[in-house]
Design a binder for this molecule. Structure first.
Ligand code: NAP
Length: 353
């Protein structure tokens, strides 16, 4: 078995799209499933599993434990009747997987084009965009269970998926080290075209009968316009993408806020774009606050303008959440995962309230 070298005091900022984060006490890359078992034996040492780093706010003090970077690769495709099961190692690039599925005419994840990060990160927050979410196509998730001390395979129902949420982020945070994910895709099926941005783009391009490739192109175009596709030359993309989730409120709350852009959901609830609430509360795109600010292209993205600290990011997020709460009495909830902060950190506690 090939075991990668254990390194000491490794700066984490280069592993995070936000470009912020102090050192890991210990750091190791896992390129094989067996490495997960080895790492899980590091008794007593706090463990953090790192994927693509696209959804992390890592503290300025870093992480006082072992950071395990999941770099397990490999993609396999098998047929199951009309469907195709695509299985990918957790360390594979998510967007490369989407690109390859679209090239093979497989429908189911085309709207999730241009999302940074790795395959293994997608079930954790049930990544979704433009009318698709991974929960609908995930067949199973393979992981190492640190409680049962065994390799397990969880079916879609076992994953406890909800809007941008799963058991991996909620009750079982830190329990499972995801090694592989299988997706059930449909060859030749029509793509999902439901979101206004996508519908409008395809109409502008005179696309009558959309193919998965058209939808991928549309989503990439829309995301680039919003600074949501990683680009080293564009400081607007030095972020975790959307910092807050889009709140789903009850009808009474919505009527108090209306008129506002909104989408009707199940159980008489209404989803309001967080971006709109933020702008209405006095934080416009391009807002600047020392080394941090809001993307000039999207008010939902807090960006590191160069030398920002994690504390700068948290303080701006704190001010935004407070402003939205004071103006609309709506609690915005953060989307990223906070790493290496003290359990009683006041900013993190307020944000996750
Ligand atoms: P957007 O396209 O400006 O849309 C703003 C809001 O409208 C979002 O709340 C979106 O819901 C909602 N919406 C638009 N059309 C809808 C429809 N036909 N039915 C129901 N809801 C509709 O949003 P954005 O901030 O630029 O983000 C674009 C997409 O990427 C969104 O889907 C967003 O959720 C997604 N995204 C996901 C992640 C993640 O998974 N972690 C991170 C960043 C962005 P939804 O949010 O439910 O889609």
């Amino acid at each position: 078995m090939h075991v990668e070298r254990l390194q000491e005091r490794v700066a984490l900022a280069p592993f995070a799209t936000l470009g912020i984060g102090g050192p890991a006490r210990w750091f190791v890359r896992a390129t094989h499933v067996e490495h997960l078992l080895t790492a899980s034996r590091s008794e007593g040492e706090p463990l953090f599993v790192l994927g693509g780093g696209s959804n992390l706010v890592i503290s300025d003090e870093g992480f006082n434990g072992l950071v395990l970077q999941i770099a397990i690769g490999g993609v396999n495709t098998t047929r199951d009747g009309e469907d195709v099961i695509v299985t990918a190692g957790a360390g594979e690039s998510w967007d490369s997987l989407v690109e390859s599925a679209v090239k093979q005419d497989l429908a189911g994840i085309e709207c999730l084009s241009g999302i940074p990060g790795t395959v293994g990160g997608t079930p954790i927050q049930n990544v979704g965009a433009y009318g698709q979410e991974v929960a609908t196509v995930i067949e199973w998730v393979a992981a190492y269970d640190r409680v049962e001390r065994a390799a397990v395979r969880l079916s879609r129902d076992d994953c406890g998926f909800a809007y941008r949420m799963s058991r991996f982020k909620r009750e079982d945070a830190g329990r499972f080290m995801i090694s592989e994910v299988a997706f059930r895709l449909k060859r030749g099926a029509p793509p999902t075209v439901t979101y206004p941005d996508v519908v409008d783009y395809l109409a502008q391009q005179n696309v009558q009968c959309a193919h998965v490739q058209h939808v991928r192109d549309a989503v990439l175009h829309i995301r680039r316009r919003k600074g949501m596709v990683l680009d080293a030359a564009d400081s607007d993309t030095r972020s975790v993408g959307s910092f807050f989730m889009n709140p789903v409120v009850d009808r009474t709350t919505f009527e108090r806020i209306a008129p506002a852009p909104h989408y009707l959901m199940d159980n008489d609830t209404v989803k309001i774009p967080a971006a709109w609430l933020i702008e209405q509360s006095g934080f416009a795109r391009g807002h600047s606050d020392g080394a941090v600010g809001l993307s000039t292209k999207h008010p939902l993205a807090i960006v590191n303008r160069g030398a920002a600290t994690a504390r700068d990011v948290l303080r701006l997020a704190h001010r935004i959440k407070l402003a939205v709460r004071e103006r609309f009495e709506v609690h915005l909830r953060p989307e990223p995962v906070f790493v290496g902060f003290a359990p009683d950190d006041a900013d993190v506690a307020f944000l996750t309230l």
